[in-house]
Design a protein around this ligand. Sequence first.
Ligand code: GDP
Length: 445
Amino acid sequence: YPKIALIGRPNVGKSTLFNRLIRSNRAITHDRPGVTRDRMEGTVKRDGRTWTVIDTGGIHLDESYKAAEGPSELRGFESEILRQTQEAMAECVALCLVVDGRDGLLPFDRRLAEYVRRSGLPVLLAVNKVDGGELEDQLTPEFHELGLPMLALSGEHGYNMRAFEEELRDLLPPEDQWQQLEQEAGLKLAMLGRPNAGKSSLVNAITGMNRMIVSDMAGTTRDSVDVTYVLDDKRYTFVDTAGVRRRAKITDTVERYSVNSSIKSSTKAHVTILVLDGQEGLTQQDKRLIDLLDERKTPFMVLVNKTDLVKPNELAAVKKVYKEALSYCAHVPILYVSAHTRANLKRIIPLAEQIWSECHVRVPTGQLNRVLEAIVTKQQPPVVNRVRPKFFYMTQAETNPPTFVFFVNDADRMKDAYIRYMERSLRKTFKIEHAPVRVRFRSSH
Ligand code: GDP
């Protein structure tokens, strides 16, 4: 979804506005090393558009700050805020600069406004903590000098919130234009897997001489970079790749590995690539990661790397291990590769393309229901408590992942084996080989 970031000094009320915008929607928190308050992302779904709002937050207001007098104490935070603003500018389609109407226009607001203007992105200036009436006439005029489209509002009391939502929505690019932008930006791929599995070797081997490091946050708080390259006129980006630059550094840092932060980088990608070390074999952590990716319906593939170190006569046995470990998510493709010999590397990108396009399969309802009839006729659902489950109709509720909803007489009566049979049949009929699929049942009378 297109993103709009709320930026501004601490305490201007960004997070209150953020919470108003996302209402009950769940926020995704990004823990960022070196930054105490989390940056938040939430989804805004309104008036036919869906977009992501980012609360750049990121500022740790410790006790000494709270005790301090006045905004001049903020100096220490300024460079951090500017860094975050810059980061937001790189990924957002528009920006909302939030200022505090009661504090008035501060020099740092001017500085941020200048930054924001230079980004060339559409901007809204939100003058917060103003509840309309006389106060609005009193407090807002001085902000006109920033020369930005402006709205007075109060996140806390809800004043002008509806107008706020509308003005932000109007900053979004038109839907079709956005789709095109997305396509040009190309597929984003996340490389997951424990240290030394060969993630960076693989990124280097796949992208070769054509790679460009597009964002480089290394040296500050993040030891990860995005690597973009172009293949057959299409862009591909390996997002949030930890350790790609590691060898260039003088001191080797220990790459931290946690299943949770791995999962987070996979949420930034279209398709996730889980790299396993074919020489070391599967670990508990690898299995947990596979479990989680499957549970979250993440589109992913598995690369078993370092196959050059596996003796040819042992390869069949090794393959059997991986196949069995992934048997409960048999749609997930496994490639046996080697960053050193380049075996099978050419298959990775086409496979990612296939997975992503399968995620967007959409089947018209009429066709779905003809297929439903055929599936049920071919193999009747088993009788449970002397009653045979009855199917009324089905729809596709969503794409990415394709989500099929069956309306049945009693949703609790569905047997697992039969659910699996239905999923298999749908996959086969609609050619969804490697993408995740969701199947749901609703009782209906
Ligand atoms: P990362 O931590 O997952 O990024 O792993 P690296 O890419 O840094 O690789 C860890 C080690 O494994 C390095 O010494 C690589 O040279 C080695 N390595 C990576 N891929 C292969 C491979 O396909 N075959 C062999 N033999 N070694 C590999």
